[in-house]
Design a protein around this ligand. Structure first.
Ligand SMILES: [Zn+2]
Length: 226
């Protein structure tokens, strides 16, 4: 029998903020949860040997802790009808969804969450985030991760998801189309339209990746066309 819902917390060990929220909801709703990288969590480090959220599909025999973890988590996650992987960012990006595998099932899953922004991020590499490899999964990204308001908003979103309430927020879809390098990330803010050399785009994660000013997104029409 397929199990219903799994929530992953602390895939990055310095993103513990969601653990108390998920624990609280467990007293009210029936779902499973896993603290994904407990060793990195103890150290309050993003990861110990490799970035777990870049280590899919993983390898059970790897020397690297996170590659072994990735393999196990993807196997476990695949037993569920839906998997939600919660992340936190330093920036003031609010709460949005990332689809590591933007197939129609995952898009439908995103529509069940009362979150306004949905980022389609097709994996182009053979290794990548856990949600690229777990069927029926998505990431919720929250920032700033230590804001009490963000924690409250996340709890509200998850609560209404488990209650099966109808979404209130209209949804806007974005797609990641490239990366911008060679510029100062300070000029860019998440989801605020920017223009470089006459090309308009929406920035994502400015300054997060070394050498990359930001990821570039385009906004999609409601029928998911450009
Ligand atoms: Zn993360």
């Amino acid at each position: 029998m397929t199990k219903e819902t799994l929530i992953l917390t602390a895939v990055h060990g310095d993103e513990a903020f969601s653990i108390p929220i998920v624990e609280k909801l467990k007293s009210k709703f029936n779902f499973d949860s896993i603290v994904a990288n407990p060793q990195a969590l103890t150290e309050n480090q993003r990861y110990l040997e490799a970035d777990l959220n870049r280590s899919g599909p993983g390898n059970p025999d790897s020397k690297l802790l996170e590659e072994r973890l990735a393999f196990r988590l993807i196997q476990t996650g695949s037993e569920y009808q839906q998997v939600i992987d919660i992340h936190g960012a330093e920036s003031d990006c609010g709460i949005f969804i990332i689809l590591g595998d933007p197939n129609w099932k995952n898009i439908e899953l995103a529509k069940n969450l009362d979150i306004g922004k949905v980022v389609l991020w097709p994996g182009l590499l053979p290794t990548g985030p856990l949600c690229q490899f777990i069927p029926n999964s998505l990431e919720i990204q929250c920032g700033p991760k230590n804001s009490p308001q963000v924690a409250q908003d996340l709890e509200k979103v998850l609560n209404s998801f488990f209650e099966g309430e109808t979404r209130q927020e209209p949804q806007q879809f974005f797609i990641v189309t490239g990366r911008l390098s060679g510029l100062d990330p300070k000029g860019f803010k998440d989801f605020e339209e920017a223009s470089v050399d006459g090309i308009k785009f929406f920035p994502l994660f400015p300054g997060l990746y070394p050498g990359i000013a930001c990821c570039m997104m385009q906004k999609l029409n409601n029928d998911l066309s450009f």
